[in-house]
Design a protein around this ligand. Structure first.
Ligand code: GLP
Length: 248
């Protein structure tokens, strides 16, 4: 039985936060696993449930815990460190980290490109593009929603013979169509999750999203891919190595 010190100058909710962080550090509460419910914690610690809620809310805000709607409060996984120097696919990134990649295909089809997206791909408006929207998962945990457009003339029939819930698009492009991707321009912006995104990513509405745009070039120098992805802000950290350039 843990006794919090009601006479301490430190508020009870702060003591509860420290207690929970100690449980995480000691491995009693395991990364990726659910912690006891508010009610159970309030009974164990013999404190008001609202006080426990305040402590949990602050630990969620700080990223130590995360709420999965309808499931409970979980100890956050250490963030996924994604290097920005190399052009890799989701499948490669996850495999390198020892995690099992998978996808849920939300929609797939070949459609005429819109005027705005045609500019991004430097193709005439109306040219057919493969549209593939996937929820990407690592060890069954949702990591990102990717909305991809790929110039269809480079990969005719790609949606017919492949199951992109388990296959890597980049691998199929290389091995079946000989499309080698060599360079990408990428930008990352912060925003809040929409309600649809929070449902798919199993995060709270309005949680942070890293909105990433990638335009990818093939060896012929043509732009072939334009993808807009919503990365779960609490599960990703992007890293880059910067070099001093005296001529800049
Ligand atoms: C990354 C990129 C996407 C790309 C995808 C391909 O996640 N951000 O732009 O389309 O990888 O992934 P895969 O080859 O695993 O299907």
């Amino acid at each position: 039985m843990i006794v919090l010190d009601a006479n301490s100058s430190k508020p009870l909710y702060e003591q509860i936060k420290e207690y929970i962080l100690r449980q995480i550090q000691s491995g009693t509460y395991v990364h990726g696993e659910r912690i006891p419910s508010e009610r159970s914690l309030s009974e164990t610690l013999n404190v008001n449930r609202l006080t426990v809620k305040k402590a949990l809310d602050e630990l969620v805000q700080a990223g130590h815990l995360s709420v999965q709607i309808g499931k409970g409060t979980y100890v956050s996984q250490p963030k996924f460190d994604l290097q920005l120097e190399t052009l890799t696919s989701f499948t490669e990134e996850m495999t390198r980290r020892g995690q099992r990649p998978s996808s849920r295909v939300l929609s797939a089809g070949v459609l005429p490109v819109t005027l705005a997206d045609a500019r991004k791909l430097s193709i005439p408006p109306g040219e057919p593009v493969v549209m593939l929207v996937r929820l990407r998962l690592a060890d069954d945990v949702p990591m990102a929603i990717e909305r991809l457009q790929f110039v269809a003339s480079h990969c005719p029939g790609i949606l017919d013979g492949h199951d992109f819930s388990r296959e890597s698009l980049y691998e199929v492009l290389l091995h079946e169509y000989g499309v080698q991707l060599i360079r990408a321009e990428q930008s990352i912006e912060a925003r809040r999750a929409t309600s649809e995104e929070s449902r798919l990513l199993e995060i709270m509405p309005n949680d942070p999203i890293l909105d990433m745009t990638r335009v990818t070039y093939s060896t012929s120098g043509q732009r072939v891919e334009y993808t807009r992805s919503a990365y779960c802000g609490s599960r990703y950290k992007f890293q880059a190595v910067l070099k001093y350039n005296p001529t800049h």
